[in-house]
Design a protein around this ligand. Structure first.
Ligand code: ZN
Length: 153
């Protein structure tokens, strides 16, 4: 089974759900822009695809009808369109995307739902004093040492 994953799904999962996982190039760029360690980790496992103009038009129409057009980004629209086109479920925690998905008949799976593992988030640990942060600050705010990403269960 093919699964379409949005960035909220990708940013909160340790492992891909072990299916044929697809996302749009915009999400992949976002992972790389944040220097997310998973971009390297998942490089060979996650494929990217772009939706057709027809699928995008379906999403745009539904988002206008539901009033979500201002709340979903162009990347979000592409993800919805791709899921619609592939007839694949969309893994997302975003309420507006779930709303539009329902309107166009795309099944949504919430991150953390049964079968989808959400076991840990990445954390960043200082190599000097051991301080741990949720986000990548580059250097430790306490001692100035470099922070490294670590997996936290
Ligand atoms: Zn430190």
């Amino acid at each position: 089974m093919t699964l379409v994953l949005d960035s909220s799904a990708l940013f909160s999962m340790q492992d891909l759900p072990g299916e044929d996982c697809v996302t749009v190039p915009g999400v992949w760029d976002e992972l790389r822009r944040h220097k997310d360690p998973r971009a390297a980790y998942w490089g060979g496992l996650l494929r990217t695809a772009s939706p057709s103009d027809e699928a995008l038009a379906v999403v745009r129409g539904a988002a206008e009808d539901s009033g979500d057009q201002g709340r979903i980004s162009s990347t979000d629209s592409e993800l919805l369109a791709l899921a619609w086109e592939l007839k694949a479920p969309l893994l997302t925690d975003d309420y507006s995307m779930q709303n539009v998905a329902r309107a166009i008949g795309v099944r949504c799976i919430a991150v953390g739902a049964e079968g989808i593992r959400k076991v840990w988030r990445w954390r960043y640990r200082c190599q000097g004093c051991g301080r741990s942060e949720e986000s990548d600050l580059g250097d430790c705010p306490v001692c100035g040492s470099r922070m490294r990403s670590v997996r936290k269960r």
